[in-house]
Design a protein around this ligand. Structure first.
Ligand SMILES: [Ca+2]
Ligand SMILES: [Ca+2]
Ligand SMILES: [Ca+2]
Ligand SMILES: [Ca+2]
Length: 294
């Protein structure tokens, strides 16, 4: 194991431990109806994006290895001629599923700040990032200026939904002091309704707060949580961004199940036995062997 892998591994463990601790604290009140809260939040977001600008001039003049602190200000007085965020964002749709399994489309707004030179992760991957989290009153509720690993599936939905929109840096180089330098990393931000954030959970931000996350992506790992050789992002069979798909109904979702069809043959042994890079389907019935009992 080289030093980089070891370092990343330790940080991963710490992040995981923190995530577990946070999960134990619970939610404060029964959640509001998604449809009405979605409308309220979208009004707030649109008003915000029309009247605020970000420090795009700082990014334009920065070196590609320089990290810039993301900043937003009101368009007024000396800044009256700045370009409003609404002219720079693109809309995406993110589905939120309620406890009855009903989906509600939510609109979020993505700001491309700097295009990275590498590839982009999926929403299920582990990412090595710096980030800043803001509320619409521009108060900062979270920030890290030193890169940390995040397991995308364990953070708020809007954060992981942003990941496929950012490209990573070039391969890192080692500085004389032993730290790693990343050049050409991507940066992007998401402006999201509260349902993609903490919603009715008031432990770290006021309940029903729309959130802003600005993220710099240095690198990422494609995840395979159960080690069954099927990457986690492919274990979301119905592609709804919820990883609760459970082919054999044994209560263990596919991404944590090393025998997805419960036929006694481990998925890793029947997924791609002929090593052609495709899931095998021996009986040609359209269901790959690892999800097919016969
Ligand atoms: Ca799914
Ligand atoms: Ca299962
Ligand atoms: Ca599996
Ligand atoms: Ca199997």
């Amino acid at each position: 194991m080289n030093k980089l892998t070891l370092f990343f591994g330790i940080v991963c463990l710490l992040v995981f431990a923190t995530a577990c601790e946070e999960q134990q604290r619970g939610f404060a009140e029964p959640p509001r109806d998604y449809e009405s809260q979605r409308a309220v939040d979208n009004d707030s977001l649109l008003n915000f994006l029309q009247t605020r600008f970000y420090n795009y001039e700082d990014y334009a003049t920065a070196d590609s290895s320089e990290r810039i602190t993301f900043d937003i200000n009101i368009i007024e007085e000396d800044d009256a001629d700045k370009t409003p965020l609404i002219d720079q964002v693109e809309q995406i749709n993110v589905k939120i599923k309620n406890t009855e399994g009903v989906y509600f489309d939510h609109t979020a707004y993505i700001l491309d700040i700097r295009e990275g030179v590498g590839t982009a992760p999926t929403a299920a991957d582990s990412v090595f990032v710096t980030y800043k989290g803001l509320l619409l009153d521009l108060s900062r509720f979270d920030e890290t200026t030193n890169p940390v690993w995040f397991e995308s599936l364990s953070v708020v939905k809007g954060f992981s939904a942003l990941m496929p929109h950012i490209k990573k840096a070039a391969a890192p180089t080692i500085n004389s002091d032993g730290t790693y330098a990343f050049d050409g990393f991507g940066s992007a931000a998401i402006f999201m309704p509260s349902a993609l954030g903490y919603y009715n959970d008031s432990r770290s931000v006021p309940a029903y707060s729309p959130l802003i996350f600005a993220v710099d992506l240095y690198t990422y790992n494609t995840t395979d949580h159960d080690g069954d050789t099927v990457p986690t992002h492919l274990e979301d069979l119905d592609v709804d961004d919820y990883y609760d798909d459970d082919t054999d109904n044994d209560g263990l979702p596919n991404f944590r199940d090393d025998d997805d069809d419960n036929d006694g043959i481990l998925t890793r042994e029947e997924y791609d036995a002929n090593n052609d890079g495709m899931a095998d389907d021996t009986d040609n019935d359209g269901t790959p062997d690892y999800l097919d009992k016969d």
